[in-house]
Design a protein around this ligand. Sequence first.
Ligand code: OAD
Length: 263
Amino acid sequence: MQRAARGGWYPLCTFPNPARERTAPASARGYAAGVPRIVVLTGAGISAESGVPTFRGPDGLWEGHRVEDVATPEAFDADPETVQRFYDARRAALTTVEPNRAHRALAELEAAVGDDLLVVTQNIDDLHERAGSQRVVHMHGELLSALCRACGRRTPFRGALSDHPPCPVCGAVDLRPDVVWFGEVPYRMQDIQQALASCELFVSVGTSGAVYPAAGFVQLARVYGARTLELNLEPSEGSPYFHEARHGPAGLLVPDWVSQLVD
Ligand code: OAD
């Protein structure tokens, strides 16, 4: 199966452009001189306080579902109805949750520093966007998108794939969730690597550091010379690789950190 190399309907991320000047921020909060180029990697922990379950906690999403039953291409081939219903339920649940203080703080930071911030998220919810972030890379895909297995196009989607809707582009009835499953290549890896190579600060928020390639971003950023900071509820597998780790809920840690950068 061919996957779309880049999202057809997503604005291409322009970050980073080594040739560009730092942009003037469009923010009432003003521009904090000296704010570095920042890449923020987010994981399930940033959405936990919104009520979206994490993957590996005691109430982890995989509980009751073996990962190989719902998050692999083989599972989809073997039992597409179960997989479609699993993601349909998660898509429907998005309407019951709202962005929290951590999402909003990252949106405020973007408003202050413009394209000096890129959020790379492993999350497939839309809470960063609903908080106001515009420069977001969904490396594991998005619930509100469907991928046509016939034509390879990604299209916005809000309904139930278990209803077998046709692809709006080619008409084939062969849509699957536009999420990256185990064994598949995450989206936008080239853009992400370029951003990691250029950033001066890499911050990881609410991720266990258990799943590669995202788990390796901290080491890549360090190799390229970035300072690295982990903001997570508790020490993670990745903690030892960061210059600094702060532990606590993202809803407190992220606004605190952002307020240190912009006043
Ligand atoms: P995990 O569930 O593995 O880890 C969530 C992390 O968030 C844990 O380290 C928690 O301690 C932390 N956490 C929980 N609540 C928090 C809070 N309120 N504030 C801050 N941190 C909190 O989720 P991910 O690391 O995102 O991939 O998982 C990575 C990938 O594994 C997912 O994108 C998904 C999954 O398999 C795919 O589906 C391809």
